[in-house]
Design a protein around this ligand. Structure first.
Ligand SMILES: CC(C)(COP(=O)(O)OP(=O)(O)OC[C@H]1O[C@@H](n2cnc3c(N)ncnc32)[C@H](O)[C@@H]1OP(=O)(O)O)[C@@H](O)C(=O)NCCC(=O)NCCS
Length: 188
């Protein structure tokens, strides 16, 4: 049976730290698959996502069967923005509705129907159907954004570079909301 597990400040059970660390370790390993498109995804996970879970600014949704992670989404919900940072499903489980479920549950947690969402040109064909189903609007194309020669497609709002955080040019990206709903101030 496939279950959704929510990892965020409000659902953390501090008595089960080992289980949490185990999940975070697995997620970090799964994300390496996307290193080709996002060269600093490992640093981003450690620096931003991991901390964001504890600060209440990020949530991870996991689709799990027993101990196996079949899919996940990573969400950002700050006062300034609502963003669906990552969404993916294990290749062996594509086409079974998990991507649609993750999207629905992510929008519910974000309390926003049109969060900022970006996809690399390498993956855009896989997302076409979900983007249409959820009525996301193409905002802008960003050539050479994360990787030279690769275009990033931004939906519902745009990306901007605001801060260098390390000497190897890794930059922190924030988003410019297109729709007011992507920038709702939701008290929690
Ligand atoms: C996009 C993705 C999440 C869809 O997951 P999924 O579990 O297969 O989604 P669903 O089963 O709910 O199907 C949703 C739609 O996507 C379509 N789809 C699924 N895999 C697809 C693929 N490889 N190519 C094209 N369309 C695909 C399905 O046919 C379905 O369309 P329909 O609703 O019109 O019938 C999955 O293909 C994926 O994880 N891709 C890689 C994502 C990625 O690179 N993420 C990192 C950056 S954000």
């Amino acid at each position: 049976m496939i279950k959704t597990k929510i990892l965020n400040k409000y659902t953390l059970n501090f008595t089960s730290d080992i289980i949490l660390l185990n999940d975070l370790y697995h997620i970090s390993a799964l994300l390496t698959e996307f290193q080709k498109d996002y060269p600093n995804i490992d640093k981003w996970f450690l620096c931003k996502v991991y901390r964001g879970i504890f600060s209440g600014q990020r949530t991870i949704l996991l689709k799990k069967r027993n101990n196996q992670i079949l899919g996940l989404s990573i969400l950002k919900h700050t006062d300034e923005e609502r963003k669906l940072c990552t969404l993916f499903v294990d290749k062996n489980f594509h086409g079974k509705g998990l991507g649609t479920e993750l999207m629905e549950e992510s929008l519910e947690i974000l309390k926003c129907g049109h969060p900022i969402f970006t996809v690399s040109a390498n993956r855009i064909s896989e997302f076409q159907s979900l983007i249409k189903k959820f009525n996301f609007s193409l905002y802008k194309l960003y050539p050479d954004y994360y990787r030279k020669g690769l275009t990033e497609y931004a939906f519902n709002g745009g990306l901007t570079v605001n801060k260098k955080i390390s000497s190897n040019n890794w930059v922190h990206l924030t988003a410019i909301p297109l729709r007011p709903s992507a920038a709702l101030h939701v008290g929690r």
